[in-house]
Ligand binder design. Sequence first.
Ligand code: ATP
Ligand code: MG
Length: 352
Amino acid sequence: MKIAVLPGDGIGPEVTAEAVAVLEAMALPGLQLVEGDVGGAAYKRHGHPLPEATLEMARGADAILFGAVGDPDCDTLERHLRPEQAILGLRKHLGLFANLRPARVFAGLEHLSPLRADIAGGLDMLIVRELTGDVYFGAKGRRVSEAGEHEGWDAMSYSDSEVRRIAHVGFRAAATGGHKLTSVDKANVLETSQLWRDVVIEVAAEYPDVDLEHMYVDNAAMQVVSHPDRFGVVLTGNLFGDILSDLASAAVGSIGLLPSASLGERETAYGTFGLYEPIHGSAPDIAGQGKANPLATILSAAMMLRHSFGLESEATRIENAVAAALADGFMGGDLGGSHGTAAIGEAVRARL
Ligand code: ATP
Ligand code: MG
């Protein structure tokens, strides 16, 4: 089990150090960690935000733990040398096509959510978003209509194989989780959504234990806010997933608690290859001050154990330790508390 740790910039190194310490405290047999340069840190040392050596290390690993990239010193560089290009390059070179974003309101933190206090605690969902297709990557252009009007157009398309592979990710997540899958589309008006629905129904036959429902995206957006407890795993395309993930994250109310996974097609000896990172960025405003909340990165490491190494109970062990540390009041400034990065990491390790 080889993990490439890419801490990156800003608070990236601070938060990944705590997640690495949690993984080490789990004493998992066969765990091997290697560390590489990425982002502005890599540019400063090697002249490129994603050096060939880092890419090779990533390819040779079974999973990647990624901190954050972004460095104000690099703002004036040419576009291809900016730190942010590193994550785009990794996604492309590693074929990461599935983005998993859990959104969960932890007990005792309901007051941080903008949702109504009596329903906020019901929010515990996982959004599985397709990353490589949809309207973002279709043909696009400008034209003049017969009536002489200027038009912009974007083609939205999905192939059945693209839908099938993301559907399997969604069903697998539901099969090991709460057994409930909501496929979100706009099949009442879009041809891509009708294909999406057909393929999802076909794949469902392989997962008889999973409860599948279909929902239109407009309704889904409303329900996230009004009835968050009705969702388990949400399976959706690139565009709808982009919007729903941010909606769900905002509904949690604390950026420092949100992990993510980006999975590729490659199966390793242990599970699915993936890259794991907190939702938040490099937070240059608090970097180097020991104030960053490491929980999003620690929760990302838990997702890694679940999805890339098949270690479901070990993942849950970390998640329970995080919930226990929060319940005991270990929170940083972002959650209205006064604990620092190291104290929060230590509190989680003590509760494993
Ligand atoms: P980037 O360009 O790298 O995405 P950003 O400024 O867009 O950076 P974030 O880095 O996510 O966005 O930061 C947004 C705000 O949230 C900042 O004020 C930052 O200090 C705060 N923040 C982000 N992550 C954390 C964290 N882990 N702990 C505490 N505060 C955080
Ligand atoms: Mg940002």
